[in-house]
Structure formats: C-alpha cells, structure tokens
Design a binder for this molecule. Sequence first.
Ligand code: NCD
Length: 311
Amino acid sequence: MTYPRKHLLAIEGLEPPHIADLLDLAESYALLNRSGKTQRDLLKGRTLINLFFEDSTRTRTSFELAGKRLGADVINMSVSTSSVNKGETLLDTASTLNAMHCDLLVVRHGQSGAPSLLSQKVDAAVINAGDGTHEHPTQALLDALTIRRHKGRLEGLVVAICGDIAHSRVARSNVHLLTTMGSRVRVVGPPTLIPAEASRLGVEVFHDMKAGLAGADVVMMLRLQRERMSGGLVPSAREFFRFYGLDAEKLAHAKPDSIVMHPGPMNRGVEIDSAIADHPTRSVIGEQVEMGVACRMAVLDVLAHGLRRNV
Ligand code: NCD
C-alpha cells in the first residue's frame, strides 16, 4: 500500500498508484462485507469521531459502520450550523478533541478548507467528509470503485457528470480522480452551474444533455445544491428537469450498457426521473452506498498504519 499521507483531505495531488491501491483494498473490504465477516482487531482501542457541521445521512452512517466493523470506538458529534462561529469555534473544537485523544477525525463542514485547518491543529488523522464546494474524497473513491466493478477499468471511459457542477464538491473530487486515472470526463449543465475553471480541469464542457451524454459509459447526476447558491441560478425545478433532468429519452443517447449514478440525496423529478433512479439494470445508486462503507474501511485502514507508526 503506497498511500503517502497522514490525512485524507483531497483527491487532488494523489497519484494513480495511490488511488489504485485504495480501490483494491476497498474491493477486498466489499467482498469481506458481503461475506458477513468482520475484522474488528484492526482499530481496536482506537477512537473515531464523526464531526459533522452539515447534514448527512449516507456519509456519516457509513463512516460509523466502517469504524465499527474495524473495531474502533465511534462517537458522533453533530454541530448545528447556526451555532458555529467559524474559525474560533473550529479551533476550540480542535483543542477539545485533542484532549480526548481522538485517533481518527472525520469532518464535514460548510467552509472549504475547514478539515485542512483542523488537520494542522489536532494530533488525529483527519478525513475530509465534504468541505463546502471544495472536495469530498471518499465519495470519489466509492464512485470509482462502483464504476470499476461494472466496467472493469477507469481508463478510457467516457464519464458525463451532469447538473450543478459549480456547487458540487462531489464533482470536483470526481474530476480529479477520474482524469488522474485516464477517464475522459465531461461536465454537462447550464452555463450558470458550470464553474469558470472547468476547462482548466481537463474536462469537456457541454450545455446540452443529448450532446453531453452521446456515447457515455457512465452518467453521473448531481443535486441542485440550493443551500450553496446565492440568487436564482436556475429558472424552476420543472424547467430544469425538462432540459437537464435524466429521463429515458435523454439516457438513450448514452451507450446502451451505460450505468447511472447519483451520490444522493436525490431530488426525484428535478435532476432524475424516478423510473431511471430505480431502473433495475442501469441504476447503480444502491451499490454506490454499499461501496461507500467498503471505501471508508479502506481509508481508515491505510490511515491506521500511519497511526501505528506514530505510537
Ligand atoms: C453529497 C454531499 O454532501 O456533498 N452527498 C453525499 O455525501 N452523498 C452531495 C449532495 O449533498 O448533493
């Protein structure tokens, strides 16, 4: 295993062997989870704290499950966003967590860069579970693992990431991971929801779904992240669905064996039609959640090696 760092703060900067090794390890955890076995000695005696300043269902639960399956003591701290006084509170929180001798700290925060700041102030290994519009590295890993399981590879695949790219940390982490691994990434959405730096990231930009989906192997849909938008960047949900919502007609432009992904939470009838979200063969949305636990186990595993060296 070649993972080079103490923390996992971003996908940007990781090299192909680091990503490939993490995915291989996650694959072995996916098989272990399916077999019903556990490996509770790996993080025995270690403490994992889930520190979530923003709402979450899948990410928080799957870090909790991943930690428990590896034997860690897991504590969930939910901090209401309204009571957060950014910098000061964050650093106060850091010293509190340090005093508790936490080993692994999983952080979700509305401000880009908050996990990185915390990582400089705590002794624990820090995992970014989503920071503002910046990155969500474990989501990109679980998406890549899901794709690899279906397509056997990442290199050369055409992946269309569609919808609200501008406010999506999921999109940003996926773009870094997939371009690093040799996929051909397209971002598809209205001009108001495509960030100005998109073409610098090595992706192709499309404003039309049919053109953007043409010949795609993977279609990844994203939620309209209204909580991060200032002002009306989209007309109405109905109109958005008409032009950018994934339905059978638009999906017909992608490859016949293409898979459909969504990180959740889904807004059915806005970015995705229910019939597509629940499609028995094309939708892999449930499998993404399953791979989320496996990938988080792999990340905890590699970071735990660093912890062992430090004690
Ligand atoms: C995403 C997030 O929080 O960034 N959700 C997730 O982690 N599965 C995407 C979103 O909120 O739309």
